[in-house]
Design a protein around this ligand. Sequence first.
Ligand SMILES: Nc1nc2c(ncn2[C@@H]2O[C@H](COP(=O)(O)OP(=O)(O)OP(=O)(O)O)[C@@H](O)[C@H]2O)c(=O)[nH]1
Ligand SMILES: [Mg+2]
Length: 283
Amino acid sequence: MRYAQLVIGPAGSGKSTYCSAVVQHAADANKVIEVVNLDPAAEYFDYEPLADVRDLIHLDDAMEDDDLKFGPNGGLVFCVEYLVENADWLKERLGDDDDDYILFDCPGQIELYTHMTTVKRLVELLQNWNFNVCAVFLVDVQFMVDGAKFLSGTMAALSVMVNLELPHVNVLTKMDLLSKSSRKQIDNYLDPDPHYLMGEMESGSRWNEKYRKLTESLGRLIDDYSLVRFYPLNLKDPDSLGDLMLTVANIIQYGEDADVKTKDFEEADDEAEPKDDFNLWNC
Ligand SMILES: Nc1nc2c(ncn2[C@@H]2O[C@H](COP(=O)(O)OP(=O)(O)OP(=O)(O)O)[C@@H](O)[C@H]2O)c(=O)[nH]1
Ligand SMILES: [Mg+2]
């Protein structure tokens, strides 16, 4: 079996930063996790990619082509479709190692995940290549700090879950940026009480006044069926990332039947305790 996280979410939600942090966290535990950059418009990330879609197609190729004449958004969708049409390119770069663990750092265009089918087709390819895939949907917590925004972020997460039909973890990123009072507010949402959310939304916009019952029903639906939960991630706290990695590992069954890959570090001390391969994250 092979293991994969499909790292998705809106623009700037922290996908590439998350991938780097996971690679580092794994390396600290003497494990190897690779990252594939699937963002044809990526300008900066600080991991060394196993494969980079820009070697196949770059957003500029789609925008500067005299026949295609795409703008940035259509161009990005075209690039992802082009990748799926040329899946052999990706397959070759992924190799055929058993038990490897790969993060796919995806573009930040939300419609790719909420209702388009291209990413779903990509996932099916990965599954055909023997990958156990978990979607990790990242949302910047700063856009979730009030009842209406939280509900709207929750609905976006739900659309992605319904569209991709994958095992799925929702993550609130950049928790380190929250003030104490905002953190308290988010804590209230994380253990969702629709009445609390509704209370928050009472005052204010015309939308809330006009569609209060609709909002109330949505809040109750999500709560009654435990449809969407968010995991708060603070990258400044190693335990926070460690706990999330364990959750994902359980979902994709990483480590249950695998000889987990370890780096070929030199043995510094003959007396050192042998490493337990199944103690995935030493956390
Ligand atoms: N303080 C803080 N900043 C973060 C965190 N994660 C990401 N950032 C910052 O947020 C910005 C966007 O992060 P990226 O990792 O590039 O986000 P992305 O989702 O890959 O962005 P796109 O690929 O453009 O959609 C960068 O300036 C990061 O340094 C975090 O956990 N804490
Ligand atoms: Mg990125």
